[in-house]
Design a protein around this ligand. Structure first.
Ligand SMILES: [Zn+2]
Length: 349
């Protein structure tokens, strides 16, 4: 194993593999997408939250089309139906379990903090079954219990589009995250039921009112798996200092997203930026709110990352930049995986 296996807050690799009929196998080293098993193993990627996300059918907007001199405000796609989302969720979750079965022990879907620790120790890729946007779950929460038994251990209440539980932020720059209403009654029930089952709640993509609703209800540490510091990049998707303080206060974590528009001060989509843009967000949270409260949440295979990173093979270079910034070994241990293990020990039952 590497000294600092990087356990990561968010990837969309399952969706990438699913949407491309002739994507190379996950087990073959290629230059397509951001993650495959050989590239991950050679780069110290210890695993992470594998998102199951249901996209809108036949819906495509290009953020570039909404760019103006003063910023952008990309409209959200319409809500989707539960049956459609549940069918798609089954398909992506099945893909994850089939990858595990075909991996000859190199990838494991983890359901406990002990399993996660063992995988990190042995260099086995640890995958958490995570759902991004709870559309697949009915307001009575029947599907939640079934999905939990299948291995679901983390749930983002919303991707940005609205659903029966709440609504998320639009892709808007500049903007605060305070863009709409908080959780619905069903959303509040969902938080309590996740607490009871031991499913981690992800506040990434939620608007600010929804975030505070989670904060007021949950008995687990507050987590945003792939959101950055709003003070450094004032896009609606990022976390304000008050939100970051609440995350730290709850002993939770924020995962730094490598999306260029969430790193850059100008919110722009240009990819020609240095790895120090990622370090800047890590250091801001570590120095202002404590190194116990920052982790990495790449958004690999779901976003546009800096050219200087390229894909998962750029992680050793990122680790070097974090070292060069002055983070010591005990701090790097926490940022790369230790904080995640702590939060999941405190959250999962
Ligand atoms: Zn996301």
């Amino acid at each position: 194993m590497t000294q600092f296996p990087i356990f990561d807050g968010h990837n969309d690799t399952l969706l990438r593999l699913h949407m491309s009929d002739n994507a190379p196998s996950f087990f073959t080293e290629s230059s397509e997408g951001h993650i495959d098993l050989p590239r991950a193993e050679m780069s110290g990627f210890g695993g992470g939250f594998f998102a199951v996300y249901t996209p809108n059918k036949n819906y495509e907007v290009k953020p570039e089309d909404y760019m103006t001199d003063s910023g952008y405000d990309v409209p959200l796609p319409p809500p989707i139906q539960q049956d459609e989302a549940l069918a798609f969720t089954n398909a992506l979750a099945s893909r994850l379990f089939r990858l595990e079965a075909a991996s000859t022990g190199r990838l494991k879907v983890v359901r406990t903090a002990d399993e996660l620790t063992r995988c990190l120790d042995k260099g086995i890729m640890a995958a958490i079954f995570h759902i991004e946007g709870a559309e697949a779950i009915d307001p009575d929460l029947d599907a939640l219990h079934v999905l939990y038994q299948a291995g679901l251990r983390s749930l983002g209440i919303v991707w940005s589009r609205p659903n029966v539980f709440g609504e998320g932020v639009p892709f808007r720059y500049p903007s605060t995250p305070d863009t709409g209403a908080g959780l619905t009654e069903a959303g509040k029930r969902l938080v309590r039921e996740c607490n009871q089952l031991g499913i981690m709640i992800d506040t990434t993509h939620l608007n600010e009112k929804g975030f505070w609703d989670v904060a007021n209800i949950t008995d687990a540490p507050l987590v945003a798996t792939h959101s950055n510091a709003h003070a450094l990049s004032p896009i609606a998707r990022n976390l304000t200092d008050i939100q970051l303080a609440a995350i730290a206060e709850s002993n939770g974590v924020a995962g730094i997203n490598y999306a260029v528009n969430m790193l850059r001060e100008d919110g722009g989509l240009g990819t020609d930026i240095s790895l120090d843009e990622i370090v800047r967000h890590v250091a801001y949270i570590a120095e202002k709110f404590g190194v116990d409260h920052v982790v990495l949440g790449s958004d690999f295979d779901g976003t546009t990352v800096p050219d200087s990173l390229k894909d998962v093979t750029g992680l050793p270079k990122l680790l070097d930049r974090l070292k060069a910034h002055g983070f010591h070994n005990d701090e790097l241990q926490k940022i790369t995986h230790g904080n995640w293990v702590r939060v999941l020990e405190d959250t999962w039952k």
